[in-house]
Ligand binder design. Structure first.
Ligand SMILES: [Zn+2]
Length: 241
């Protein structure tokens, strides 16, 4: 069981989709409590009794889909997207009632002020994104172009995977994910590569909230990992500044 370390740690999540500030706290708390409740009910009971946190937990009803999770993980492996021992859990995730967006994925981390802890190796993905990722991998197999929703789901996988490897900064995780997704897609010789590049570049900064963006995420920028990664990379999807 993980207890809150001393010093009021904060759970952080990775909502890889634009998400306003006002929904963050309750969702973060809910997910952290949810995790604790699974791990150790006894320890969590006192915390669950604490008013707003309990409400938040009740509002969030995790229902993992083990078969879907297993299928996604297996399909990723078949398609050369190495998870390095990290796992995927597909489940419904909170919607954002204000703008209609739904959280796409996340990993759990917690922090003592000033000291980040390593993220866990469990990637949580929205059920819909799991299904879209699978559909995208199927499209690759049948040499069909990828739909934007499939791209988004797959980039989410690449993004969350960076967190499981210890990348905390959202803009770094996102920029690395875009380049590794691009390199991976290029290696599959998929016809989407050319048609996707321009729309992805031009809409990237509109789809994500500020913490996911960096002016250094461009070809030649500080977040360009060309020549620095063991995996195939491409700058085709990077914003052009
Ligand atoms: Zn993230």
């Amino acid at each position: 069981m993980k207890r809150f370390p001393a010093g009021q740690p904060t759970n952080e999540r990775c909502p890889r989709a634009a998400s306003p500030e006002n929904s963050r706290e309750s969702e973060s708390t809910a997910k952290y409590i949810g995790k604790m409740a699974v791990g150790a009910l006894a320890g969590a009971s006192a915390i669950l009794a604490a008013g707003n946190m309990y409400t938040a937990y009740r509002a969030y009803t995790p229902s993992p889909e083990p078969d879907l999770s297993k299928n996604v993980l297996a399909a990723l492996e078949v398609h050369d997207i190495a998870m390095d021992g990290a796992t995927i859990t597909c489940r419904e995730m909170p919607s954002d009632r204000d703008n209609g967006l739904t959280q796409s994925g996340g990993v759990y981390t917690y922090k003592i002020p000033g000291v980040w802890q390593h993220p866990t190796t469990v990637v949580h993905m929205n059920t819909r994104h799991c299904q879209e990722a699978l559909a995208g991998l199927d499209a690759i197999d049948s040499a069909q172009p990828l739909e934007p929703s499939q791209v988004d789901a797959l980039v989410t996988v690449f993004h969350e995977r960076e967190h499981t490897r210890g990348v905390i900064d959202e803009a770094t995780a996102e920029c690395t994910a875009l380049q590794k997704f691009g390199g991976w897609l290029e290696s599959k010789d998929n016809s989407s590569m050319q048609t996707l590049a321009e729309p992805m570049r031009s809409t990237h900064n509109e789809r994500l909230s500020a913490e996911y963006m960096s002016l250094e995420c461009r070809p030649g920028g500080a977040l360009d990992i060309t020549g620095k990664s063991d995996e195939p990379t491409s700058t085709a999807f990077l914003p052009r500044g």
